[in-house]
Design a protein around this ligand. Sequence first.
Ligand code: SF4
Ligand code: SF4
Length: 92
Amino acid sequence: MALSIVESCVNCWACVDLCPSEAIYATSTHFKIAPNKCTECEGDYANPQCASICPIEEAILDSLGRAMNPAGSLTGISPEKLEAAMQEIQAR
Ligand code: SF4
Ligand code: SF4
């Protein structure tokens, strides 16, 4: 079981030093998680530390590919509300 970091990661470095397993590493594109090292923080913390600190929605996925911080969870703006606002702006 391991989390993964995807393309929307902005390379902010916030998660890197929090990982108790040193599983997060830099690549030429964005940070990634070594699946053979990630423990999902079990035994060290109650919550995955990388997902707890990450400021970008949908940048970290669980072992089933679901966003740890889904759209709207950090901004408080639901995808539906965002879409409606974008349509209103484009209609101006
Ligand atoms: S879930 Fe925990 S062990 Fe896995 S990469 Fe994130 S901080 Fe490291
Ligand atoms: S905290 Fe999130 S955005 Fe920042 S480096 Fe880690 S995965 Fe990327």
